[in-house]
Design a protein around this ligand. Structure first.
Ligand code: NAP
Length: 247
């Protein structure tokens, strides 16, 4: 049985999709959430404190973490769900779009980690889960800025795990496949696109945000006490199977 009893986690991107499901799951398992997003419905109680913070600003993140620590009196880790979808190939992507993808997805993840590390080091323990993607593990066409940002998150995760294992801080990533969230509504709203994505997943359906949140909760919990520098795909078999049977 996974428990997050009495543990407090920062969740970025907590206002939507996988981040919102993660916040719910942490609370269901007995934990507390400092929820960060660009714009977030206000909440301040014994289970969750919501704060607006853009992950591209280290000072905004540090201020939010400090307020969260003051509210709950503790901090045990971080889940970095804030992210944007940035499709395009190299010729069709301008420099600003490329920079945005890296600024939010990759640098935003790095800054989020940077904002919690001093507290976790001081507490001599912590668990961090970054959200990458199957497209950080595999190539695909017309998605270069996103793919590169997610591949960077996987390497960032392994580097963080190496640097902070001595402080008893575990750092792992989750790589979701096609998950039904507001980010993928552009796909689900168009039946042929939805079918194309579903057909690439051996389980032949989209994943649900709660299914990703459960894997995240496992990695945050003491049940994963000897797991660090790992990446768990939550993708219905997408990254592990290339079937020879068609249909
Ligand atoms: P989502 O529903 O769009 O949620 C992402 C959240 O991040 C939104 O609330 C968004 O706010 C927030 N955000 C974006 N930029 C931010 C910034 N600069 N600072 C703070 N918050 C920011 O998407 P999701 O599907 O849950 O995605 C969560 C993570 O999973 C992302 O990193 C995504 O790349 C990854 N992922 C998703 C899938 C999938 O199929 N859904 C698959 C693989 C990986 P706004 O609404 O204001 O933009």
């Amino acid at each position: 049985m996974i428990s997050l009893h009495d543990k407090t986690f920062v969740v970025t991107g907590a206002g939507s999709g996988i981040g919102a499901a993660t916040a719910e799951q942490i609370i269901r398992l007995g934990g507390r959430v400092i929820g960060l997003d660009r714009t977030l419905a206000s909440r301040k109680d014994s289970q969750q404190l919501n704060l607006n913070a853009d992950v591209t600003s280290l000072s905004a993140l540090e201020e939010a973490v400090s307020q969260g620590k003051a509210h709950f009196g503790a901090l045990d880790g971080l889940v970095t769900c804030a992210g944007i979808s940035v499709p395009g190939d190299t010729l069709t992507t301008d420099e600003d779009t490329w920079n945005d993808a890296l600024a939010v997805n990759l640098t935003g993840t790095w800054l989020s980690v940077k904002s919690v590390l001093p507290e976790l080091i001081q507490q001599k323990q912590g668990a961090i889960v970054t959200i990458a993607s199957v497209y950080g593990m595999l190539g695909c066409s017309a998605n270069t800025p996103y793919n590169v940002s997610k591949g960077g998150i996987l390497q960032l995760t392994r580097s963080l795990a190496a640097d902070y294992a001595a402080h008893n801080i575990r750092v792992n990533s989750i790589s979701p496949g096609y998950i039904a969230t507001p980010m993928t509504e552009v796909i689900s709203a168009f039946e042929p696109a939805e079918q194309a994505f579903v057909s690439m997943h051996p389980m032949k359906r989209p994943g649900q945000p709660a299914e990703v949140a459960t894997a995240i909760a496992f990695l945050l919990s003491d049940a994963a006490s000897f797991i660090t520098a790992a990446n768990i795909p939550v993708d219905g078999g997408f990254s592990g199977v290339k079937d020879i049977l068609v249909g």
